[in-house]
Unconditional design. Structure first.
Length: 297
């Protein structure tokens, strides 16, 4: 009986490690934005299967790239309090196993999307993975430009959803890309400020680390959140949303800008946490308004 219980615990721990490697919260967020792009795009199929195939393929790729990111950053993760308990720094799995798992999942996702949706969707998926692993990840160790570089793969998922439904990249997909790109900068600068010492000890020259006075960081928070307001509202003039979304985007954008301005003036951890909270609430409100307007229209 004791050996059976022990074996069960080991199996449970192994499953937990694999789930942790896939960065489930990030994967869920990516799938929500993929779904949003699909649902907003014109020309979607009446059958649910294209949507299901899209989510399966995107989920595989995102999970695999999350594992590969942890493989590439395993030494730096071990130097930071926030990440030292991840599976690789804590030696709960071998690097070779993570490399094999991540490669199989991310590559399998691309192939699956090519077979079940269209070639353009698979290409956008591959571009997302490549920019995340081979541009953003190495750039984090050498330049503060890693934050805008990392916003590119973070903004591509709704484009993937759009092209899976329509087969083309149109103005709506570009606006969605712009919304996600601009939203990410204040969001990640807030996280960076909250964990500044961690990033410094991990050897990541992020803007919050090299900007000792915090003035450049604060300026970027304000500029990107200000640019987000007209960009988000642009979905209405191009005919994708109506008045509900338009005014919701304006109100949410002003709240995001106000939180960014406060964080730019008060450079403490509390103001960064407040900005992070506003950024986390911003997207669900925006997405809900988009979908309600789309359905009612």
């Amino acid at each position: 009986m004791r050996s059976r219980v022990s074996h069960g615990l080991l199996a449970h721990e192994r499953t937990s490690v694999y789930v942790e490697l896939t960065k489930p919260r990030i994967t869920l967020m990516v799938l929500l934005t993929v779904a949003l792009g699909f649902l907003l795009a014109p020309g979607g199929s009446a059958s649910p299967w294209p949507f299901v195939h899209l989510l399966l393929g995107a989920g595989l790729s995102c999970s695999g790239s999350g594992a590969l990111n942890q493989y590439l950053e395993r030494d730096h993760d071990g130097a930071m309090d926030r990440t030292r308990f991840r599976p690789l720094p804590s030696h709960r799995i071998s690097p070779l196993a993570v490399l094999a798992l991540g490669t199989a999942m991310s590559g399998g996702g691309i192939v699956y999307l090519a077979a079940t949706t269209n070639a353009l969707t698979a290409f956008v998926d591959a571009l997302t993975i490549a920019s995340y692993l081979f541009v953003y990840t190495p750039l984090k160790r050498i330049s503060p430009l890693s934050t805008p570089a990392g916003a590119v793969p973070g903004a591509l998922p709704p484009v993937m959803g759009w092209v899976a439904a329509s087969g083309t990249i149109e103005s709506g997909a570009l606006v969605l890309f712009g919304i996600l790109f601009l939203w990410q900068i204040p969001h990640f600068l807030a996280i960076g400020r909250m964990y500044q010492r961690d990033y410094e000890s991990g050897g990541f020259p992020m803007l919050v680390v090299i900007d000792r006075t915090g003035s450049i960081t604060g300026r970027q928070m304000v500029l990107y959140s200000a640019a987000l307001i007209p960009t988000s509202m642009a979905l209405t003039p191009i005919g994708l949303t109506g008045p509900l979304y338009f005014w919701s985007a304006l109100a949410a954008g002003i709240a995001y800008l106000a939180a960014s301005m406060y964080a730019a003036r008060d450079r403490g951890r509390a103001s960064a946490r407040r900005l992070l909270l506003v950024s986390v609430l911003y997207l669900p409100l925006l997405f809900a308004a988009m979908l309600v307007d789309r359905i009612s229209g």
